[in-house]
Design a binder for this molecule. Structure first.
Ligand SMILES: Cc1cc2nc3c(=O)[nH]c(=O)nc-3n(C[C@H](O)[C@H](O)[C@H](O)COP(=O)(O)O)c2cc1C
Length: 170
């Protein structure tokens, strides 16, 4: 098989991006599975998706990646925090370190994804330290912005990412 899209998604954001990536891949020699479904189906190029959990990915993603050898691997993910290049790079570094040395890393696509409402409740109550007020307001704004993601632009960016990857693999 040419392409395998593997993803971990708790609330559906990463699945949405995975579905877009899957549909952007050409031909019929492709499959998409969640980490729970995955039983080791082989492919030349893997697109591996994750949701950001405390600055990195989940163990299931690390385990699946660690089993791959001699493959080309592209990563994609969604996270609550909006565009912040430095933050996105730190996520990339924490996740791509798990790609085995005999695999070729092709790059990463990250975008924002909406968060559960309980998260907003944590920001709604004033924090003990009043010096943190600006930070609290910023987190509230970020939460509200995230409600609209992944949006059409994110999905179109994910498609463009796939096309760039395919060009480099030609
Ligand atoms: C337990 C938990 C931890 C999270 N940790 C982070 C984090 O460290 N950084 C971040 O930007 N977003 C974090 N988020 C937000 C999720 O990464 C974000 O909502 C993501 O789009 C969820 O993807 P999913 O819908 O595919 O599960 C966290 C969410 C949860 C529930």
């Amino acid at each position: 098989m040419d392409y395998m899209v593997l993803y971990s998604s708790k609330t559906g954001n990463t699945k949405k991006v995975a579905t877009e990536i899957f549909s952007a891949l050409p031909g019929m020699s492709k499959d998409m599975q969640s980490m729970e479904e995955y039983r080791g189906k082989d492919a030349e190029i893997f697109f591996i998706g994750f949701w950001v959990n405390r600055g990195t990915c989940e163990m299931t993603v690390i385990d699946a990646m660690s089993e791959l050898h001699g493959k080309k691997i592209a990563l994609f993910g969604t996270c609550g925090l909006g565009k912040g290049e430095a933050y996105y790079r730190s996520i990339e570094q924490k996740v791509n370190v798990w790609i085995p040395d005999d695999c070729e890393y092709l790059g990463i696509f990250l975008c924002q994804g909406k968060m559960p409402m309980q998260v907003r409740q944590n920001y709604e109550i004033a924090w003990e330290d009043p010096r943190q007020e600006a930070c609290r307001k910023k987190m509230l704004r970020n939460f509200d912005e995230a409600l609209f993601h992944p949006n059409d632009q994110d999905l179109s960016d994910a498609r463009a990412f796939v096309n760039r990857i395919l060009e480099t693999c030609e």
